[in-house]
Design a protein around this ligand. Sequence first.
Ligand code: ZN
Length: 894
Amino acid sequence: DQVSCLFHTDHHTIFNSSAPMSASRPQTIRLRDYQPPAFLVERIHLRVDLSGGTAQVDATLDLHRNPAADNDAPLRLDAEFLDLESLTLDGAELEPSTLRDEQGTIVLHDVPQRCRVESVSRFDPAANTALSGLYRSGGMFCTQCEAEGFRRITPYPDRPDVLAPFTTTVVADRATCPVLLSNGDCIDRGALDAERHYAVWHDPFPKPSYLFALVAGDLACQEATFVTASGREVALHFYVEPENAGRTEHALAALQRAMRWDETHYGLEYDLDTYMVVAVGDFNMGAMENKGLNVFNTQFVLASPDTATDADYENIEAVIGHEYFHNWTGNRVTCRDWFQLSLKEGLTVFREHQFAEAMGSEAVQRIGQVRLLRTAQFPEDAGPMSHPVRPDSYVEINNFYTATVYAKGAEVIRMYHTLLGDDAFRRGVQRYLQRHDGEAATIEDFLAAMEEAGGLDLQQFALWYTQAGTPRIEVEDHYDAEHNTYTLICRQSLPASPGQPHKDPMHIPLAVGLLGRDGRPLAARRPDESTAHAHTRVLELREPEQHFVFEQCPERPVPSLLRGFSAPVKLHYPYTDDDLGFLLAHDSDPFARWEAGQQLALRVLLDEAQGTPRPDGIERLEEAFRASLEAPDTDPALVAEALTLPGETYLAEQMDVVDPQAIHDARQRVRAILGEALEGHWLILHSQHSGPWHYEPDEVARRRLRNLALGYLNAGSERHLSRALEQLERSDNLTDRLAALAVLADSPRAEAEQAVDAFYQRWSDEPLVVDKWFRTQALADRPDTVYRVHQLTEHPDFTLDNPNRARALLGAFAQGNPAHFHSPDGSGYRLLGEHVLRLDPNNPQLAARLLAPLAQWRRYNASRRHAMREQLERILERDALSKDVYEVASKSLG
Ligand code: ZN
């Protein structure tokens, strides 16, 4: 959900005559057509006046011809959503309506080598429902410019390879907007007249327009400082609407940890005197790394025990880190074009992961990363929107802020790290940043720096950027007792994907270990090694089939494969259930141990779902659970991971024709059996009451175990409902309350329904808690779930205008509740289709994201396929559909 953004051609006119989408097919943008910009911007001065009913933006651009571009290429200024009042070139007035191409771009021919363009634009921020450009959220004005929002503020070469220093004057009413912010340092401020005041901000670091930001409003501020490694003092300012004052402590401390970590780990210091974070209630994505002025979705910055769960606290630290790390990987070195998006996002997500691993449990973090990859990225990679980490074409760039670009992109970076080792990897990153500081770079630039730092040839590795799909690795083995040699035979293949029928073999790091019969690591010698050893080895797959021989191997080992999930692949090896139980008990790699348990559970659940339960399957699972529950000194957070069954989406991934109901029923049956069989253990776990709430790792793990126990107990028997009621009543924190609420939301009993209502009454003035109330009901398992979700769309607190609210109900339902979204009567699909159409004219970026589950229609049986297609077709019939929704719907059907 973190990955979610927006943009479009809307019903607003672009200088009065935007061509409706139905008239001209939206254009496909291709990487191979990249041309450098004809003109570069030496400096830009903006004056943004928010004091009237509409915003007025005066812009002055000093431009010069780019020596690297064609000599006679025209100057292009992107513009949409705004009314242009005047446009001058070196003081001469132009008539913009005669200069626009079909996209609305202003195209100026025969422009002098150096010139000045001045413009005056107007638009209504309150009418900017797309939340791209400058808009109103609650009582404040704010901006979102990535990817192409700046053109909705002023005409500009709105592309990431045009970098300029910005000077911005913000003008607004003092009473309603006492706080005026933009990027960089505030160099002047004062009164204009009795009502209005102004502030001038200057950002000395040249930046692309997508990193521009402006905020104005009546905001409370929490301040702190950070002293950098070189002794500079940085002021940290967190701005929130007054009702959220006091909720930024956790985010602030997380920022300080992130700043320190980037210094100690990568030697990277912050570069401005102030770092500002603003919390905004209406935001299409998680957060945005604008230079010196991050804008955050409230969900990823505000924390208090009553309004944020433990998971929220963790996400806040991750997203704060992520946006901070962008200051180097994204801002100081940015992207040449949007095809290079993973250059900044994959690298920054990886840095965020490293940070989280350093701050908490490495294995638990890794498990969470792999869960997300498998549930969000693998299905995308196998579906109609499948694209490489570096896409080679798009209709709407906002549709490519995807799990593939972000999460698989981060896995690609992790593989460099695995191949180079930590030291060489770090040197490679530093070399890349030094060499391209202040520039817009490409993925090739990054790869070249890595090749040099590692002394490696990464040309085959580069296929990770261009070939879509999840590689499949089949492993077989062979033990030769006479010669004491053990051989792993690895075959790789990559399925065809849209536009890519044939694939080349990839360069894949496969981390493996060997286990002896006694459960201990088994020593052996690879032909290129001088002695036998038992440590993890990274085998490098490069061919369709490869044999890896281990000599001096005294017995037939059990192989531990893909340790730490060393590559984003699907690995198959014919493990017996006994092998999996053995790895679960003995593997020294905690990730591999967890994985063995998950594979065991997966088998039991899949057999159950397919109506062929394995006779001793549940007993094995029960035994594994019991062992985890009784393990004396295991990290409780790892125990919690082991006791969490594979999710329904991951189970669905394993089936040729997905039956969401059968999967759900199987999982519920197994949960019920485990709930009853281990009731004594669950009761003990659930009764381990901790003291007052703290956000602290052991406490978090204990709450998680306690709430897992509550879930299993209630899966096992209705008798335990009272525990949920009591927990909801007595808890002093949202984590425990929500866990109880989730149990109650499934129950038809009157006291449960009353408790769900009471929760709303109690928290109705806390938007982030109300989101969770909607979400919990969207995820509920009741015979009438679809009807209830439909009813909730008519609840007075439901609105499509707020992305968090829309996602909480519709996103959660369509993505997180497969059994009900896929109701055989098609009612879930209709509900989604209807709301996507309603949302599209206002917020196409969000509409396109919510639509994504329907794209998976090919995975289901004939009647579901038909009903899903029907909704996609219904959507495509709409005139004046946004590019965003058009692209997703048409590619899904194509
Ligand atoms: Zn990012």
